[in-house]
Every structure is written in structure tokens, then in C-alpha cells.
Design a protein. Structure first.
Length: 502
């Protein structure tokens, strides 16, 4: 659906300042929303909020529907009476410009465990009632997730398809037995989800009351080692004997990679999903709508056709395109859930069929300014080629910062950019691209906070070709200066993207 002319900022909550080594849903989240309101930004875009595994990627979560425990604010738990100031007495001195995930896990998880024990022992009748209501309303995914996480802990963190066969294959007697054995651990994981969603709901309510809507991300695929695949093996292409992915997701060789990208996620058994009238996908959309206002679908082209690579391949070269029933899926979603506020990440190898699927449902696509200056006047990322029903970005979480991009751009790209802009302003190239985005005809403009702060490559969020060292960047609490606030506010208003006065 088309959106009114507006703008917003891309920032994952892990990037907030915090004395606990990682951004969380405490005071700094509210301060950031105040910054958005003050500068006339109407959207806050976040990355997937699920619990992360190896590599800390939000796009490789243990659940498509659960929340990340590391985002829970210990200070809010203290305010609820589940922790005390004494519990924070010996916090380590975390680095302030990045997340040290190993250190954070060692510090925060014991605090969450203690809060869970205190809640179980001392919760008021009202708190107990709220917890029971949460568990009941989320049971369709929470029961499997809590058991999966308890089992993962019990099996030393190994993948579900390596567990005892009876448990891996979810034989009823074995599942009932481990539920009884792991009752305390299951309670802990349910409590953690209760707290995550309580805190996130409060943040979202404050954002909405401030005139800010939250854009959340649905990655098309889920991690192989996840509660979703373990609990629903019939809707994924798995080896029935080993549980390994029989067909793996990825993208074919292209200009950027001679061997393509082999992601390793199992692709969907779309035939079985259709038989079930897409029940799992409907649940997934319902779950994300509990905590975001607008849904951005990652790798949208995979709903028209997806690249599938057989088990045993080491690269994505020997895959094939297979048609997906995306049109029918979105028709069912519209029938059952109504016309949803969906954006399509339509980057990569996009065919006319993908564009037709996007346009049939009026999903806005994406334009990236860092891609605009490497070709001729027909480049679809040049602003004069935009149509209105698009979201323009200076760059995304997968791109370098705009300053970092410019520093490493080819002479050809730099020359084209200089000709297009006339000159590089005294504000710097990042603000030149921000201005270009805000003045474009695209209905929405989303700017990574790193570009607002004019930061270089060291502040990049993700290097897609690197397995480690990503998702770590954090800003410091004094970074959002009055000068930046004023500049962004005035420019947003001048470009017609400020909220309409009622």
C-alpha cells in the first residue's frame, strides 16, 4: 500500500548507548524516540528482533517470532522489583562504540536468570495473571520455542538435528518426558519472552504516541537451527533421515560473486504450505504485527521464484530457479488479515515477474542512492527515475556508510555524483545524499543513523561477506547534538516530509 510522504531513521536497538554493553529497551530507546519526534521523523526502522545465534546476525534467529533476550533492560527489571541496584554493582567496563557479544552474554544472562527466579518466587497476583495471559495468547509459537531453547541448553548448544532421534523427530512420548524434566528451564524462557514483549510494547506505545511508526523486518527464510524448523519440519525441504537441509537457499552467481551466495537455510516446501492454506505464514505475519506497524519483507524476489541448491554443494553455482506461489500467499494474507502495510526489499536480480508481483499488491519497493552513480542515465536508482511508491535509502544495513562508500567509490562514481550534485557541500557527502533522498519524489526516505552522524566505514553495521565482527556498532549518548537535530528538522520540513498539522 502507498504511504504518505514522510521520512525516518534506520537504527537497530543494539546500537543504543547503555552501561550493559549493548543497547536495550530502557531509557535510551525513549530518548531516541524523542529525537525522532523533535526532528519530524515519522518512522523508526529496526532489523529483525529475534534471538540470535552464531555470528549474532538478526537474520539468523532461533525463532521467527520470539524476541532477543539481550534487548531486555535490566534497569526496567529493577524498577519492576525483580532486580536491585546491588545486582549492578560489579558491571564490567564495556566498550562504548561496539557490542562485545560474548562479554554481554556473560553479564546479562545471569541477571535475567535471577530476575526469573525472583519473579517466580515473588510475583504479585496481577503479575502472575499477566504472565499466564501472555503464555496463553502466544502458545502457538511460545510452547515450542521455550522447549526448543531448554533442549538446546540441555544438549550443550548443538543443533536440533543432532539431538537424540526421538526428541529431534518430536516423538510424543519423548517430548512429554523432556517437558517434565525441563519444566524450570521452560519457565525461564517463557518469562524472558514475557519481559521482552512487555518492554517492547511499552516502547512501541511511546513511539506511536509520539507520532512514530515502527518498521520491522521479516527475513524470507528462517535459520535451519531454529524452533520453527524443528517444530514444523513438514513445511521445509529437509532430508527425512538426517534432518539436514535437502534444498538450501541462496542466490546465483552474479557481478559481485562468481560462485553466488549459499546461505544454507532450508527452502520452503511450498506445496505443503499451500495444502495448509499457509497457516504458518499467517501466524508469522500475525506475530510480527504484534510489535511493529509496518512490515519490510527481506529478499522479496524469493516469493516469485527462489534459488535452490541441493544438499552437499559447497557453492551456489549449481542451483536452479523454482517458482514460488507468492501471489497466492499474499492473496490469502489479504483475505485473512486485511490489506497490510508491507514494504518489499526488491534488490538483487529483479525480473519483470517480481516487479509485477510487487505492484499487484501495491507494495513499495526500495531505491538505494549508493547504487545510483555506477551506470548511465537509465540507472533505476537515479532519483529522476523514481516513482512515488518507493522508499529511498542512502544505504542499508548491508551497505557501507555513505562516507565510507564515497571514500572507496570509483573515480567514475565520484565524477557522476559530483556532476549530479554540482559539488560536495561543506556538510559532507553523507548529508548531500540525505538531502538527495529527502528531496526525491519517493514517498518515504529512510536514513541510517550512521549517515546522520557522518560516520565512516568503521561504523558499518554489516559486511555481508564476513561471518564475524558484524552487528556491533553503537553510538554514544552525546552524538545527537543540537546542531544535528536542527539541521535534520529544518531539512525534513523543507522537503515536505514533516507530519501534517491537524
Amino acid at each position: 500500500m502507498p504511504f504518505p510522504r514522510s521520512s525516518g531513521i534506520l537504527l537497530h536497538p543494539t546500537s543504543f548507548p547503555s552501561r550493559f554493553g549493548i543497547g536495550d529497551l530502557g531509557l535510551e530507546a525513549y530518548r531516541f524516540i524523542d529525537f525522532l519526534r523533535e526532528t519530524y521523523q515519522q518512522y523508526w526502522q529496526v532489523l529483525p528482533l529475534g534471538p540470535t545465534g552464531y555470528g549474532n546476525s538478526p537474520y539468523a534467529s532461533y525463532s521467527a517470532m520470539a524476541g532477543n533476550p539481550l534487548l531486555i533492560s535490566p534497569e526496567k527489571l529493577r524498577d519492576q522489583g525483580m532486580l536491585s541496584d546491588e545486582d549492578f554493582a560489579n558491571l564490567p567496563e564495556f566498550p562504548i562504540e561496539k557490542v562485545d557479544y560474548e562479554w554481554v552474554v556473560q553479564t546479562k544472562l545471569p541477571l535475567l536468570k535471577k530476575a526469573s527466579e525472583n519473579f517466580q518466587a515473588n510475583a504479585t497476583p496481577l503479575q502472575q495473571q499477566q504472565f499466564a495471559g501472555f503464555c496463553d495468547s502466544k502458545a502457538y509459537w511460545l510452547d515450542d520455542f521455550a522447549l526448543y531453547m531448554a533442549l538446546k541448553d540441555a544438549y550443550g548448544g548443538t543443533s536440533w538435528y543432532t539431538w537424540d532421534q526421538a526428541v529431534a523427530k518430536r516423538q510424543p512420548e519423548a517430548i512429554e518426558q523432556v517437558r517434565r524434566q525441563l519444566n524450570a528451564e521452560i519457565f525461564y524462557h517463557k518469562f524472558i519472552q514475557f519481559e521482552f514483549f512487555r518492554q517492547w510494547s511499552e516502547v512501541k506505545t511511546y513511539a506511536n504516541m509520539s507520532g512514530v511508526q515502527i518498521i520491522g523486518d521479516i527475513p524470507i527464510y528462517v535459520a535451519h537451527d531454529s524452533a520453527d524448523v524443528w517444530a514444523n519440519p513438514d513445511i521445509f525441504c529437509l532430508d527425512e533421515q538426517t534432518g539436514e537441509a535437502a534444498l538450501m537457499a541462496g542466490v546465483p552467481p552474479d557481478y559481485f560473486s562468481a560462485t553466488g551466495q549459499l546461505w544454507g537455510n532450508p527452502v520452503y516446501n511450498w506445496e505443503e504450505l499451500q495444502k495448509q492454506d499457509f497457516k504458518w505464514w499467517l501466524g508469522r505475519f500475525e506475530a510480527i504485527l504484534d510489535y511493529v506497524d509496518v512490515i519490510r519483507i527481506d529478499h522479496f524476489r524469493g516469493f516469485e521464484a527462489y534459488w535452490a541448491v541441493k544438499k552437499g554443494e559447497q557453492t551456489a553455482i549449481n542451483g536452479e530457479w523454482i517458482k514460488a506461489p507468492g501471489e497466492r500467499l499474499f492473496e490469502v494474507i489479504k483475505e485473512k488479515l486485511g490489506k497490510l502495510p508491507i514494504m518489499a526489499e526488491d534488490l538483487g536480480e529483479i525480473t519483470p515477474e517480481v516487479e509485477a508481483l510487487r505492484d499487484k499488491f501495491e507494495f513499495p519497493g526500495m531505491k538505494i542512492l549508493q547504487f545510483a552513480f555506477s551506470a548511465d542515465a537509465g540507472n533505476p536508482f537515479l532519483p529522476f527515475n523514481f516513482e512515488r511508491n518507493f522508499i529511498v535509502y542512502t544505504g542499508t544495513h548491508d551497505n557501507d556508510t555513505s562516507l565510507g562508500w564515497f571514500n572507496q567509490a570509483t573515480d567514475y562514481e565520484k565524477q557522476n555524483l559530483m556532476l549530479y550534485l554540482g559539488c560536495i557541500s561543506s556538510d559532507g557527502v553523507a548529508w548531500d545524499l540525505i538531502r538527495l533522498a529527502l528531496t526525491s519524489v519517493a514517498n518515504q526516505a529512510i536514513i541510517p543513523l550512521q549517515d546522520i552522524l557522518n560516520l565512516d566505514t568503521q561504523s558499518r553495521m554489516n559486511f555481508p561477506s564476513k561471518a564475524e565482527g558484524n552487528w556491533e556498532w553503537r553510538y554514544q549518548d552525546q552524538a545527537l547534538t543540537q546542531e544535528i537535530r536542527h539541521r535534520l528538522k529544518v531539512l525534513t520540513q523543507l522537503c515536505g516530509r514533516a507530519p501534517q498539522q491537524k
